[in-house]
Design a protein around this ligand. Structure first.
Ligand code: HEM
Length: 468
């Protein structure tokens, strides 16, 4: 039974709770149906566990910003916690270890050039490799999935480990495969079973593959940290790992939350968070740009005009490219790369929109419901850059633009992600024309569901632009 004054929801079955109400293929449609029946705040039982799904900009802002202290914790008894050994930052509960590590990452990302030229240079360095790959395919069709995943992985790898990998290198192939597989397994049926029926956890069921993948990643990261320890000069950090090792020296064994094991899981957290997100957003972007050639051409006209005579695009050039900015934001809105997140209520009986939420309740902010919320967007259900342009053709960002979430747990890589999306999209559109191959049939925009939404694999044709 639902507790007193708990948000409403569909009838609860014994043992299973409401899991039959959700399609495992893609529960986002079911979440939307339930919102229509029960309102912006409703509850579901994942097996025996109560969860409250929150929808729409106002409720999500109320929970994640106004009541951030109550709703910024992460559940600690799920599959994802076991996979990450309760270390790292993404899944850390709201407390001193999370706070210290988050602050450290933000500071280090800033010191390594976020907002400064050196980060731009690193991204441009990687773009050269994307261009090489595309140039080899001029006039032919290629599948861009692996290329964009590797590029995003390399950019964050340079920040973390000071190195990039050739696209056919074993390290990058293995790690990107593990990340993409685990992103899908984590939101799959076996994980749902793992989370709701603890006695199955030790059984050799398909979720064991995710543990194997996690171990593979950990041993790769461990190897990199060991190499860093041999070659580093204390006080002269080359990258994130060196900075963390300096911090460990400084803190000693004073009972601080910093440790070598933390470093390994933390680096993997950042690597994962920075790879699958940015690459899937880029993949969505190029899918829509190919199938909307008039939008692609209008971007190219603006890019040519603003960059005339310039060798490189800089991040600051975005201020002179309102249309391109609108397109990239619209891509992020429609890509909806991180559709849901998971918190838990950390304080006793909190009130939310008139309902009472007991401590420990899982809270699922449905970011999808904000990115296509009626009343917040001119065209909530179609790909249309006008969503980010005012009547004068100037770029405007509606308040409901929340692909990075909101509040204290919002994406800590937003700055890096935005820089990557802008520099990569503009440089590639300036040089190439992207064409939906004639024999590719009708485009299928339905994404594949997981921790991140992924466009279905597609082919692209590239031509050098006449201006190049
Ligand atoms: C287009 C690209 C990206 C999107 C759409 C995105 C989106 C998000 C969202 C929605 C969250 C909140 C998730 C939640 O509360 O469960 C998040 C958290 C996070 N993101 Fe990103 N992200 C992107 C790129 C990046 C990059 C490049 C990095 C790496 C530096 C990164 C690192 C993180 C981390 C570490 C967190 C967890 C923060 C915390 O719990 O305190 N993200 N991201």
């Amino acid at each position: 039974k639902r507790p007193k004054n708990f948000p409403p929801g569909p009838p609860i079955l014994p043992v299973l709770g409401n899991i039959l109400n959700l399609s495992l293929e893609n529960p986002l449609k079911d979440f939307e149906k339930l919102r229509k029946s029960y309102g912006n705040v409703y509850s579901l039982f994942i097996g025996p566990k109560p969860a409250v799904v929150i929808n729409g900009m106002n409720v999500i802002k109320e929970a994640l910003m106004t009541k951030a202290n109550d709703f910024s914790g992460r559940p600690q008894d799920l599959f994802v916690n076991d996979i990450t050994k309760r270390k790292g930052v993404i899944l850390a509960d709201y407390g001193p270890s999370w706070r210290e590590h988050r602050r450290f990452a933000l500071m280090t990302l800033r010191n390594f050039g976020l907002g400064k030229n050196s980060m731009e240079e690193r991204i441009h360095g990687e773009i050269k490799h994307i261009i090489n790959t595309l140039e080899k395919s001029i006039g032919k069709s290629l599948t861009p999935q692996v290329m964009f995943h590797n590029a995003a992985s390399n950019i964050i790898c340079q920040v973390l480990f000071g190195t990039r990998y050739e696209y056919d290198d074993e390290f990058i192939r293995v790690i990107v495969r593990c990340f993409t597989e685990n992103a899908k397994i984590t939101n799959g049926p076996w994980t749902m079973l793992y989370d709701s029926v603890p006695i199955v956890r030790k059984l050799p069921l398909p979720f064991t593959k995710a543990f194997k993948n996690a171990e593979t990643c950990q041993s790769l990261a461990n190897r990199l940290v060991t190499e860093h320890k041999k070659t580093r000069v204390p006080g002269e950090p080359r990258d994130f790992v060196d900075c963390y090792l300096d911090e460990l020296d400084k803190r000693g064994s004073d009972g601080s939350s910093f440790s070598e094991e933390q470093l390994i899981m933390y680096a993997l957290d950042l690597h994962f968070a920075g790879t699958d997100t940015t690459s899937n957003t880029l993949l969505t972007g190029f899918l829509y740009l190919m199938t909307n050639p008039h939008i692609q051409e209008r971007c190219q006209q603006e890019i040519d005009k603003v960059l005339e005579g310039k060798e490189w695009v800089g991040f600051d050039d975005r201020h002179n490219m309102p249309y391109v900015q609108a397109v990239i934001h619209e891509v992020q809105r429609i890509a909806n790369t991180v559709p849901l997140s998971v918190f838990h209520c950390t304080t006793k009986d909190t009130e939310l929109m008139g309902y009472s939420i007991p401590k420990g309740t899982m809270i699922i902010p449905n970011l999808t419901s904000v990115l296509n919320e009626e009343g917040q967007w001119k065209f909530p259900h179609e790909f249309n850059p006008e969503n980010f342009l005012n009547d004068q053709g100037e770029f405007v960002k509606p308040e409901a633009f929340m692909p990075f979430s909101a509040g204290p747990r919002m994406c800590l890589g937003e700055g890096l992600a935005r820089m990557e999306l802008f520099l990569i999209t503009v440089t590639l559109l300036r040089k190439f024309k992207f064409i939906w191959p004639e024999d590719a049939g009708e485009p299928d925009y339905t994404p594949v569901y997981g921790v991140t939404l992924t466009p279905k694999p597609y082919y692209m044709k590239v031509q050098l632009r006449a201006t190049q």
